[in-house]
Design a protein around this ligand. Structure first.
Ligand SMILES: *Cc1c(COP(=O)(O)O)cnc(C)c1O
Length: 438
């Protein structure tokens, strides 16, 4: 029987059935949101309403989940990175190492405090910042290392702890893609000085927008807490109904980056589901990995044995493009997306040519020409990030909340696109013709 044409060329897609919705909510989620609605307290800076506010309850639960004493929720992942850097005294002109391949927020949050992001190439085995490249990138102006645990694995955390210790440069772990992941049974975010999280809608723990910083250091925690609530700290006195719970300390210059009570209530509720959802996704990813052993040219990113709890934000595959008629990764991703009726994307553009990293379009103030040019990172070469951009694809985590039969849809889609890849030439020819028509 001849196989159908590719969906992108008008054939029947492998799957039309919708994928699971994300984010998830149930009756309990609804209940806590209504509880906040009617409580009269919508912000931690609102008056005490007779019980511990959700922001404090989530902070305590998230700290306990990680086995650390302190957590400060905040408005976003970007805000958590900003707070971590400010608490660590990173200031204007200081250099911060960031991975060459990650979401733009890592570089833009550095830029936003007047500091200079330095892109560091990645290792292909885990798509995370390379410890060797990081060591080579350190200068006498380096003030922090911003390490991301990307996609569905964890960076070489032990090497970075060692590097941070010997070079005396603080380590910030950006765990926005790894909520709940553990290395040798220890959760990520607890190895460095501060662990940062995003709870934006796409993440595996979410309140729409949100974030958090965790730390073992009381001093850092008190700085972060004040930095995010205009210099105020929760008072240690017994709260009184109708009165504010914050006391004005001003040991640092703060501003307002507080999570609202609605968001904190959402996070406290959904945190209860994080482990079971992580386990469910990991089990589906195993099934998918087994199925893909029969599809030449598609290799899921493997994980080291020390990654004792593997979590999936995006599941990543290396594509041998020769097995796909040599097409570009973007073309292959588009064809797969149409077969599967979901997002299939290449990985990020390397930071030194990321379309959303535009430092020279920010207000310049009175920066001198050399200072201004330091922010332009196009001079850095990050060849591994370039190679990974050209050969890797991702699927987002909600597809892993489906059943095992749906994993067959994914492997069938890969197999179909691989077999019929020569047809994709029509698409490329069409696109060229369309460009000529203009
Ligand atoms: C999502 C993300 C961020 C930014 O988080 P926001 O909540 O959108 O500000 C930062 N770093 C990484 C690695 C992310 O994935």
């Amino acid at each position: 029987m001849p196989q159908d044409r590719l969906a992108i060329l008008g054939g029947t897609p492998v799957r039309t059935r919708p994928w699971p919705k994300w984010p998830r909510a149930d009756q309990e989620t609804e209940r806590v949101l209504l509880q906040v609605l009617h409580s009269g307290r919508w912000a931690l800076s609102g008056a005490y309403a007779g019980e511990t506010c959700f922001e404090r309850r989530f902070a305590a639960a998230f700290a306990e989940y990680h086995g650390v004493p302190y957590c400060t929720p905040t408005t976003s992942g970007s805000a958590s990175l900003t707070l971590a850097m400010l608490a660590l005294n990173v200031g204007p002109g200081d250099e911060v190492l960031v991975p060459a391949l990650t979401w733009v927020a890592c570089a833009s949050s550095v830029l936003a405090i007047g500091a200079v992001p330095v892109p560091v190439d990645i290792d292909e085995e885990n798509l995370a910042m390379s410890p060797a490249a990081a060591k080579a990138a350190i200068t006498d102006r380096t003030r922090a290392i911003m390490l991301v645990h990307p996609f569905c694995t964890v960076a070489a955390i032990e090497s970075f702890v060692e590097l941070s210790r010997t070079a005396k440069i603080p380590l910030i772990e950006d765990c926005s893609q790894a909520h709940g992941a553990a290395w040798k049974q220890q959760r990520v975010g607890t190895f460095g000085d501060v662990g940062c999280f995003s709870m934006q809608q796409s993440k595996v723990l979410t309140s729409g927008e949100g974030g958090a910083c965790i730390t073992r250091s009381r001093e850092l925690s008190e700085r972060i807490e004040q930095l995010r609530s205009d210099g105020r700290l929760f008072s240690t006195a017994t709260p009184r109904t109708g009165r504010l719970e914050l006391s004005e300390v001003g040991a640092v210059q703060g501003r307002n980056l507080c999570l609202s009570e609605f968001q904190a209530a959402l996070l406290l509720d959904r945190l209860q589901h994080l482990d079971s959802e992580n386990e469910y996704r990991a089990a589906r990813a195993l099934t998918l990995g087994r199925l893909l052993q029969d599809v030449r040219g598609v290799t899921p990113l493997s994980a080291p044995a020390d990654l004792t709890s593997r979590t999936y934000y995006n599941i990543v595959f290396r594509i041998d493009r020769d097995q796909f008629a040599g097409h570009t990764i973007d073309t292959i991703a588009r064809a797969l997306a149409d077969e599967l009726n979901t997002n299939v994307n290449p990985v990020y553009r390397p930071m030194n040519r990321h379309p959303l990293y535009q430092p020279l379009k920010a207000p310049r103030g009175d920066l001198s020409e050399p200072e201004w040019q330091r922010r332009d990172i196009s001079r850095f070469a990050t060849p591994v990030a370039e190679k990974v951009r050209a050969n890797y694809l991702t699927l987002t985590h909600p597809v892993l909340l489906e059943d095992d039969a749906s994993m067959e849809d994914i492997s069938r889609a890969f197999a179909k696109v691989r077999t019929l890849a020569p047809e994709l030439r029509e698409l490329v020819v069409d696109a060229a013709a369309a460009r000529q028509a203009f």
